[in-house]
Ligand binder design. Structure first.
Ligand code: HEM
Length: 233
């Protein structure tokens, strides 16, 4: 318990150090792939190996990013939110790599052939949809874009995450269902469902507090404000 309390407030410097460490750690899966490439350890089907590996990491980073807010609320480590943008960008980075491998090594940059494949195979259609939806989120992830869009509009746009992650899981499910390997997709579906449920419940809480606020009127700001602070909003 003391461990959690000690970590509940970290100095700016510590958070920055942690972010730098995470930045390096998140590159390790890519470094591993490159090393395996040089050592000739990518297996009998290197394209499949790289596609699957980058797909796996894209999904891990998407889930970790989605977990930041519920976790922050649960254990009250508010500084976690300062790692979220980088985690989200890493999810985008691994999806982009995953897509590039598919476009390059599977289709040799032939747009027509790739398009035919996207239309023909529903699991790829879903993957491309998730990737397409991630692009505006990556583009608007800078502080400048938050200012330009305004907090509310930015927040609405970034709620696309709640569509993108389930689409990623559906894509994964489809890949594995073809091979009758559903244990991992079931696990990921359960994790994502729990995270989304936590999100919905906290939104409901916020609405309830907003109603409380309007019912009590502006005169009672201190009481409602205290409740909001206690809820960590
Ligand atoms: C958010 C977007 C995406 C996520 C999270 C994702 C994730 C994954 C995962 C986890 C796998 C299975 C890896 C394994 O077998 O362990 C996979 C496989 C695959 N994905 Fe994606 N993917 C995404 C988008 C895309 C896109 C845009 C394309 C191509 C246009 C694509 C093409 C493929 C292909 C070809 C496979 C391999 C299927 C096989 O092994 O038969 N994915 N993806």
């Amino acid at each position: 318990m003391r461990f959690f309390t000690n970590l509940s407030s970290l100095s700016q410097r510590r958070v920055l150090q942690l972010r730098n460490l995470l930045f390096v750690l998140a590159l390790l899966p890519l470094a591993r792939l490159v090393a395996f490439g040089f050592l000739g350890r990518l297996g009998a089907n290197p394209i499949e190996f790289i596609t699957r590996n980058t797909g796996d990491w894209a999904l891990y980073f998407l889930c970790i990013t989605l977990a930041v807010t519920p976790l922050r609320k649960l254990i009250r480590w508010n500084w976690l939110v300062r790692l979220r943008r980088m985690l989200g960008l890493y999810a985008f980075f691994y999806v982009a790599l995953h897509f590039t491998i598919f476009f390059w090594l599977d289709h040799f940059f032939d747009m027509q052939e790739m398009w035919a494949d996207i239309v023909k195979r529903p699991f790829i259609t879903v993957g491309v949809l998730a990737f397409a939806l991630l692009i505006p989120l990556a583009i608007t992830s800078t502080n400048g874009m938050v200012r330009r869009l305004g907090g509310k509009r930015w927040q609405w746009l970034h709620r696309l995450t709640y569509v993108i992650v389930p689409l990623g899981v559906l894509h994964f499910w489809w890949v594995k269902a073809g091979k009758n390997l559903l244990a991992q997709p079931i696990l990921f579906s359960a994790i994502v469902a729990l995270l989304l449920l936590a999100r919905v419940l906290s939104e409901k809480n916020r609405e309830r507090l907003a109603q409380l606020w309007s019912r009590r009127g502006a005169g009672n700001t201190e009481t409602t404000g205290t409740v909001l602070m206690k809820e960590g909003k």
